[in-house]
Write a protein that binds this ligand. Structure first.
Ligand code: AVJ
Length: 325
């Protein structure tokens, strides 16, 4: 038997990002209900697994979002101010946005995709540079927003896009705080296009997050794999199972990783040994689901006026166009 001895202090430069990750893991696993922030699901493998999720027959969310943007692109574009520049929060490769950018038809249209994945942004720039002038920003949403809005031209307005129901990953109170932050970064007449997944039949929601193919399970378990790879963890991935549940009070799907047995894990970079009881879970993601009137209420509460709303019938999902008052 061979033993691997890693000296983490020399084999790995502890970058700020790694230190922050280690710090968050340490804090999250110290809570009575252990938790890990869902943003850490998206390393390169995690982003590929999420991309695979969007092709699952059980996960209609992305198809509904893209279908609405495709079918109503001209309609949405006709309601936008002119001239306009477009900012997208969490663009990924920007595939869904292509339809709208094409419909805007402004020469020299500027598009600022913001994402944590540099790879996705490189693809985005390559794919969309024929349609718009692409200015990729590898930053957090609000830092990226500040960078983009600093380049506002005289008499120009901004459209901010926040698609895919990513707003659903925020606790409801945090979603309102975030919308207030966006509002503060914008000027009257600017607009926000925000996609939100709606409450639907419980079984449809559950199977969308617990597909029989096991892709969502792999996506969830990869978070432990990422801790092993980036933080020198020794999690036994087979010792945990994917769990999706509907929290009726909070109207959200929760993803957890459930320990199959009593076990401990060691995470070198976090200098942490953590014990799990059989059946204990790590909460890894919440996907809140919305009601149509609730979305309109959120707009009013945060300083926006509703300019349009488009709903997919097959997969209840709403595209919402709001104007900054
Ligand atoms: C990309 C955050 C919208 O919450 O539905 C998919 C992520 N998680 N399956 C969602 C996800 C499990 C997705 N969002």
């Amino acid at each position: 038997m061979s033993t691997q001895v890693f000296d983490w202090s020399t084999t790995k430069l502890s970058s700020d990002a790694v230190r922050q990750f280690a710090c968050d893991v340490r804090a999250g696993l110290a809570k009575p209900q252990k938790e890990l922030h869902s943003k850490y699901l998206y390393d390169e493998l995690g982003s590929s697994l999420f991309e695979a999720i969007t092709h699952l027959p059980e996960y209609g969310l992305t198809r509904a979002d893209e279908g609405l943007l495709r079918r109503h692109a001209a309609d949405i574009a006709s309601l936008l101010p002119s001239p306009v520049a477009v900012i997208e929060l969490g663009s990924g490769v920007g595939q869904k946005t292509r339809h709208l950018l094409q419909a805007i038809r402004e020469p020299g249209l500027r598009y600022y995709p913001i994402d944590v994945s540099a790879d996705a942004l490189a693809r985005c720039e390559r794919d969309l540079s024929g349609i718009a002038e692409v200015h990729p920003l590898v930053q957090s949403y609000l830092d990226g927003m500040a960078r983009a809005t600093a380049e506002r031209l005289p008499a120009e307005s901004f459209l901010v896009m926040f698609l895919g129901s990513t707003i659903g990953n925020f606790e409801r109170k945090c979603a309102v705080t975030f919308l207030n932050d966006l509002h503060r970064a914008l000027l009257p007449g600017d607009m926000l296009l925000i996609g939100a997944d709606l409450v639907k039949e419980r079984d449809r929601m559950l199977v969308a997050y617990d597909d029989p193919t096991g892709v969502t399970g792999a996506f969830n378990l990869n978070l432990l794999g990422r801790i092993n790879r980036e933080l020198g963890g020794d999690f036994q991935l087979r010792g945990f199972e994917h769990q999706a549940l509907w929290n009726e009070d909070q109207r959200r799907i929760e993803m957890h990783l459930r320990s199959r047995c009593n076990q401990t894990a060691f995470i070198a970079e976090a200098d942490l040994t953590v014990a799990f009881r059989a059946g204990e879970t790590i909460w890894t993601e919440s996907s809140h689901k919305f009601q149509l009137d609730e979305l309109d209420g959120m707009a009013k509460q945060t300083g926006f006026q509703v300019a349009g709303q488009w709903v997919d019938r097959d997969w209840p999902f709403a595209e919402n166009l709001w104007t900054v008052i």
